[in-house]
Design a protein around this ligand. Structure first.
Ligand SMILES: [Zn+2]
Length: 151
C-alpha cells in the first residue's frame, strides 16, 4: 500500500509547516482509496505548549471526522512537522498513534521543508512501518516543456 498526496495537499502541508516553524504543526489527512484530497490543519495549541504539538485531542478528532463527512470522504490519518529533526517518528509519536491511520511527517530545517515520509503503526503497536509516499505533480509540472516546476 502507498499513500498518494494530491499536489495541493503536499503544498498545503509544507506551507503549514513553514508558517508554524519553529513549532510543530499538525493536521488531518482526508481522502479515499489511498489518495489524500485535503490537508485539514488543526489548531496549534496544547496544554504542553505549541512546540510539542503532535497530540490529537478528542475535539480535533471530531473536527477532522466532521470535515471528512462534509466532503463525503474518509479520515485517513494525520500529518505533523518535525522542526529541525529528521522525518522519522519519535517515541512520543509512537505513544500517541492509533492503528489503521497513516502518519505523515515533514521535516522542516531552519524554516525550509525537507523530507516528507509516511508511517503506519504495526498491529502490535510496538513500532511504525514506513509506507511509500507518492506526491502527485502539479499539472504545469507535466506540461512544462523545460521540465522545471512552476514557482
Ligand atoms: Zn513527531
Amino acid at each position: 500500500m502507498a499513500l498518494t498526496l494530491r499536489a495541493q495537499v503536499a503544498a498545503a502541508i509544507r506551507a503549514h509547516g513553514i508558517e508554524i516553524y519553529p513549532n510543530e504543526c499538525c493536521g488531518a489527512l482526508i481522502g479515499r482509496d489511498g489518495v489524500v484530497e485535503e490537508a485539514f490543519g488543526l489548531p496549534n495549541t496544547t496544554e504542553e505548549g505549541p512546540r510539542r504539538r503532535f497530540m490529537v485531542r478528542p475535539q480535533d478528532y471530531r473536527a477532522a471526522e466532521g470535515r471528512a463527512t462534509e466532503l463525503g470522504l474518509d479520515l485517513m490519518g494525520f500529518y505533523h512537522t518535525h522542526p529541525d529533526h529528521p522525518a522519522r517518528p519519535s517515541q512520543y509519536d509512537l505513544d500517541h498513534a492509533w492503528p489503521f491511520f497513516s502518519y505523515v511527517i515533514l521535516a522542516v530545517h531552519s524554516g525550509v521543508p525537507q523530507d516528507m515520509t509516511s508511517w503506519l503503526l504495526q498491529e502490535d503497536r510496538a513500532a511504525f512501518t514506513e509506507e511509500p509516499l507518492i506526491e502527485e505533480l502539479l499539472p504545469q509540472d507535466t506540461l512544462s516543456p523545460s521540465g522545471h516546476a512552476a514557482p
